[in-house]
Design a protein around this ligand. Structure first.
Ligand SMILES: NC(=O)c1ccc[n+]([C@@H]2O[C@H](COP(=O)([O-])OP(=O)(O)OC[C@H]3O[C@@H](n4cnc5c(N)ncnc54)[C@H](O)[C@@H]3O)[C@@H](O)[C@H]2O)c1
Ligand SMILES: [Zn+2]
Length: 354
């Protein structure tokens, strides 16, 4: 098992290993006294791992109540948040009780936001069961629900007490979900870890995920430590996301977030190369890595529609938009452009994609 400390205002550990779900109760008991634990999971994950986690929590002295939601992004709503909060109130839970979020980013974001606002804040722990949740959403304390107007528009920064990542749970993940999470891993490689990038490109999806998750979490923890509330360096984590979000949105969310990010990483690298801001040849390496991870390299949308979609990005500030660009493998920087230049950047990113 590997342990990584996340040094935020309220520091916590991320433990990564195999078989951790069966021992979750003991790990959680070390960071929280016994109480009522609300086990939040979607129906799929509850069916696969709910009993296992319930038993270990009970064995460690917790009383467990189950809260189950339908799987999928559609569950991250204000309505479901209210439903969860009413459930907590109906069970007379107090600030000293605990939420255990078991599942992917949808469950973690909704349960984490519930924990942030119920009685002005209660403790929660994250048990990520998707690769994406393990390397991204479970670490760093961003919690949110969606509005009809856009994704993640309501939320809070609220750090968990503990994150326990059992890489054995990835065995049941659909292959496309594993690939989608791998796009975020590739992003960390591009941001600062060429060894991680090369390993993903070489080993593809047949790799030791505990090693990969640990490298990604260490990278994220490092950035979050210096910038918990995304005022500066944390924005680097948006590498590939400006174009990625636009692609995801144009697909009506039929493309996964990670698939959009994969194309976003490739497009921004090509555009930066063509602008002479990035070392030549990097986009070729990105293509090879995406192929090894079964991720798309072709963007089905054109410059006009992508530009329109990207202009709605939350990261836009007035007539400027901050792009994260690779300079070389493992070295990225923030580069502000005028909104009027965006379509040229997108055009350069799209041209001659293989
Ligand atoms: N808070 C953050 O910092 C942050 C960062 C990135 C993404 N996100 C959010 O995360 C969400 C996406 O997360 P996600 O990709 O994990 O989606 P998800 O939670 O919907 O999980 C994807 C699918 O996999 C299933 N699943 C989960 N674990 C499984 C397992 N072990 N075996 C089999 N099936 C399993 C789920 O039931 C679901 O159908 C988005 O809402 C996004 O906004 C948040
Ligand atoms: Zn992402």
């Amino acid at each position: 098992m590997k342990t990584i400390r996340v040094e935020t205002q309220r520091p916590y550990s991320v433990k990564i290993g195999r078989g951790l779900l069966c021992a979750a109760g003991d790990h959680i008991a070390k960071v929280h006294p016994s109480c009522t634990a609300t086990l939040v999971a979607d129906q799929t994950v509850a069916g696969l791992y709910g009993q296992r986690v319930r038993h270990t929590l009970e064995a460690a002295g917790f009383r467990v109540v189950d809260y189950t939601l339908p799987p999928g992004e559609g569950s991250k709503t204000m309505e479901n948040l209210e439903h969860l909060l009413s459930f907590l109130a109906g069970h007379r839970l107090g600030r000293g009780d605990l939420i255990v979020a078991l599942g992917g980013g949808v469950t973690g974001d909704l349960a984490g936001f519930g924990a942030a606002v119920y009685q002005r804040g209660m403790s929660y722990v994250q048990l990520p069961t998707t690769l994406l949740a393990a390397v991204d959403s479970s670490v760093g304390g961003k919690t949110a629900v969606n509005l009809p107007e856009g994704k993640n528009l309501v939320g809070a920064f609220w750090q968990p007490k503990l994150v326990l990542c059992d890489c054995d749970s990835f065995v049941s993940l659909p292959a496309a979900e594993l690939s989608a999470g791998a796009a975020e891993c590739l992003k960390y490689g591009m941001l600062g870890d060429p060894v991680l990038f090369d390993r993903l490109a070489r080993e593809g999806l047949n790799t030791d995920w505990a090693d990969i998750v640990a490298a990604c979490v260490a990278a994220k923890a490092d950035i979050v430590r210096t910038d918990e509330r995304e005022a500066g360096p944390r924005r680097l984590l948006n590498l590939g996301h400006t174009f990625g979000h636009a692609i995801e949105q144009l697909s009506g969310f039929s493309l996964r977030h990670g698939e959009g990010v994969a194309l976003g990483l490739l497009m921004i690298t090509r555009a930066a190369e063509r602008k002479g801001l990035c070392e030549p040849g990097l986009s070729g390496r990105v293509i090879e890595a995406l192929r090894a991870l079964n991720l798309p390299t072709r963007c089905p949308y054109d410059t006009v529609s992508l530009t329109k979609a990207a202009l709605g990005d939350k990261k836009r500030q007035g007539d400027q938009i901050a792009l994260v660009l690779p300079r070389a493998l493992g070295d990225c920087f923030i580069h502000s452009i005028a909104v009027s230049e965006l379509s040229e950047w997108i055009k350069l990113g799209l041209e001659d994609l293989p």
